[in-house]
Design a protein around this ligand. Structure first.
Ligand SMILES: [Zn+2]
Length: 336
């Protein structure tokens, strides 16, 4: 492990719709200090009034501890133009950040290099540098939470696309005649395999007197994805169908990823991945119906529970990644 006294540390910031967490991360990906605040503690539209003081506090604690900070990285819940450090549209949880050149603003405020990227791209960089994708040339991280995002690393490069939408696999259709999605399309992966989609499907179909409805205290509106998985395991018919659809939809997406990109590793993580882990055999059976057998056979598909610090660590990995990219394109970039 690098000597903490020698290598500069990085501040990683996970900007969430509810909570924003900032941590001091070592070049080995270890979090040595973290703080978090409610993103909208000062009210709607005022995320920056929480984020900027949070970073200032963590930076001050680092400096008081004698640590040099080499940069700040932020994971943002929306598309990001990484080159300009500008947040794109839509960023539903923090709409006040859309269009802001947050990278340059924060760099001017704190006097260190600042990089931002989509939160799931950050997560993918953490998994690639320090986690389940370490050593792979190509890796896809699929984060199944309330919504679904993905980060694509192909032949050693993070794929961002023209305006930062690269990796929006949650809104790729797995059923072209499927139900409407909140994005305006239909049959998207999120409709079937996100926490929001699973809960909505179960609410719409739950039967009177069923185990699922009892688990929800009789009110369909309180049904959450975890309840659906628990009820399915206990034999509730509607829950079992919804869970089977989630497994098949995810299998179809694995097929899309394997046939389209042929990565060495697919890391499926997030809260819903934790619930799906015991059903891995069913997911992989479905994947086998859609993927080329030869390609699927050499793909390491991992269903791992979510780690709440992974985006924060990923935001730090982003700083290292971007610094490496700058170095590789400009050999004269100074190195400490
Ligand atoms: Zn959609």
């Amino acid at each position: 492990m690098p000597d903490r006294g020698m290598a500069p540390l990085i501040i990683g910031v996970d900007v969430g719709g509810t909570t924003t967490a900032a941590g001091i991360v070592t070049p080995a990906g270890e979090v040595i200090l973290e703080e978090s605040v409610p993103t909208h503690r000062h009210g709607p539209g005022r995320a920056l009034d929480a984020i900027v003081p949070l970073i200032a506090t963590v930076l001050e604690r680092a400096e008081r501890g004698g640590h040099a900070i080499g940069g700040i990285g932020l994971g943002i819940p929306g598309p990001v133009d990484v080159a300009s450090g500008r947040v794109g549209d839509p960023a539903h949880h923090v709409p006040e950040l859309v269009g802001r050149a947050l990278g340059p603003e924060l760099a001017a405020r704190f006097g260190v290099p600042v990089f931002l990227d989509n939160d799931v791209n950050a997560l993918a960089l953490a998994e690639w540098r320090w986690g389940h994708g370490r050593g792979a040339r190509s890796m896809v991280a699929l984060a199944l939470g309330t919504g679904i995002g993905a980060g694509i690393i192909l032949d050693g490069r993070l794929v961002r696309g023209a305006i930062g939408f690269g990796g929006e696999l949650g809104h790729v259709p797995v059923n072209f005649e499927g139900p409407p999605c909140w994005c305006g399309s239909r049959g998207c992966l999120v409709v079937y395999a996100s926490g929001r989609g699973i809960a909505a499907a179960a609410r719409a179909r739950v039967a009177p007197g069923s185990a699922l409805l009892r688990a929800a205290g009789g009110d369909p509106q309180t049904i959450a994805a975890e309840m659906v998985f628990a009820a399915a395991a206990e034999g509730d018919a509607v829950a079992a169908v919804v869970v089977e659809e989630a497994c098949r939809a995810l299998g179809a997406m694995i097929g899309t990823i394997v046939n389209g990109l042929n990565p060495e590793v697919v890391v499926i993580t997030g809260g819903v991945a934790g619930s799906l882990a015991p059903l891995e055999a069913r997911v992989m059976k479905a994947a086998g119906e859609y993927a080329f057998a030869q390609a699927l056979a050499v793909t390491k598909v991992l269903l791992v529970p979510g780690d709440k610090r992974v985006t924060m660590r990923g935001a730090a990995a982003l700083v290292l990644h971007e610094t490496d990219e700058i170095r590789s394109t400009d050999q004269k970039e100074e190195s400490r």
